[in-house]
Ligand binder design. Structure first.
Ligand code: FE2
Length: 344
């Protein structure tokens, strides 16, 4: 393909691509790949769309010493790479010198604890379960914001051993296409109600009797279409999360019976269970230097457990926005306090 890149089907996955720059190896590989990408700026974004929103770029190790390279690559995917200092992100989770990088780590200063789960039950062959509800935590990044972001780039500076600390992906466009016609008709105009995790609006929090946290105007739950039309590919795609990234007090589906046992909740369970079947899912076992680029408009993802007592993990993420689709045209940003959201 253009720019000297090759893209092959992602191994062990029903979707996605494995992208490499041909003819270069060794310490200069990362820099050479980014320069090739900048010289042919549509090449990798086009490959992302052609491979259903998921690309693995192995061997990008030099980013660990030159984090600004991650931002340069990110700029190819949209008009704005989020500056986490401007978006109410905890300062300890923002990279020291590059504010466009969110640090996901169990090491200080970020020290984000691993998912609050015990080592989950294993499948018969010793693997980790993939399918909801055995595997929980499926979400699309920042769906509690309108307009939501487009693309995330996730880089493994220090990975944990394989079989732990995986990132799971599910193909929401493929899963939508496979739905029965009656389900497509039923969900066509529905909206989900998304909320910031930690707001005590999850089924678990409601069942435990935890009082919902008061939310400021810019933290209010946001409606999102349950079926989004991808602005680049034109394909319809399921757009939903589960558990704590949806509001199960007034939702999770606008206009349907609310609550963990309501009709809206049953629909989320049904769609999530369908979406996370093996024919739509991929598990990324990370090596140091791996980069995954994914499209939040047509994929959901989930983290798996890792033994944070034994292993150090350091991952960097950027988020790119700018093309959410026509339905968000002209909208102010829901997550910025009103005074600042107004144009200067
Ligand atoms: Fe995420």
């Amino acid at each position: 393909m253009r720019g000297g890149f090759t893209v092959n089907p992602l191994p062990n996955s029903p979707f996605g691509g494995l992208l490499r720059l041909e003819g270069v190896s060794g310490p200069g590989y990362t820099q050479a790949l980014i320069e090739a990408a900048e010289a042919e700026p549509a090449a990798i974004p086009d490959a992302l769309a052609e491979h259903e929103g998921l690309l693995l770029l192995p061997g990008m190790n030099a980013i660990a010493q030159a984090p600004e390279l991650l931002v340069r690559l990110s700029r190819l995917f949209g008009s704005e790479v989020e500056n986490y200092h401007e978006t109410l992100t905890e300062p300890t989770k923002v990279h020291e010198t590059v504010p466009e990088i969110l640090v996901v780590s169990n090491m200080p200063p970020a020290s984000k604890p691993p998912p609050p789960l015990p080592d989950p039950p294993r499948t018969a062959d010793g693997g980790l379960p993939m399918q909801y509800p055995h595997r929980r935590g499926w979400h699309t990044d920042q769906s509690y914001r309108r307009p939501p972001p487009d693309i995330s780039l996730f880089f493994a500076a220090i990975a944990v051993p394989k079989g732990q600390g995986q990132t799971l992906f599910a193909n929401c466009a493929g899963a939508y296409a496979a739905l029965p016609a009656a389900t497509k008709a039923r969900i066509a105009t529905l909206e989900g109600l998304h909320v910031m995790p930690g707001s005590n609006r999850s089924p678990e929090a409601i069942r435990a009797g935890k009082p919902p946290k008061p939310l400021k105007p810019h933290e209010q739950p946001q409606r999102q279409p349950l079926v989004r039309i991808h602005p680049v590919t034109g394909k319809p795609s399921l757009y939903l999360c589960e558990s704590g990234q949806m509001d199960w007090i007034n939702g999770p589906i606008v206009g349907l019976e609310p609550g963990p046992d309501g009709e809206g909740g049953r629909l989320i369970h049904e769609l999530m269970h369908h979406l996370t079947q093996p024919q739509f899912t991929y598990a990324q076992d990370w090596d140091d230097g791996d980069m995954i680029i994914w499209d939040n408009r047509c994929l959901v993802h989930a983290a798996t457990w890792f033994d944070a007592e034994k292993h150090r993990r350091l991952m960097w993420r950027t988020t790119v926005r700018g093309n959410p689709g026509r339905e968000y045209d002209g909208e102010a940003r829901s997550w910025i306090p009103q005074r600042e959201a107004e144009p200067a």
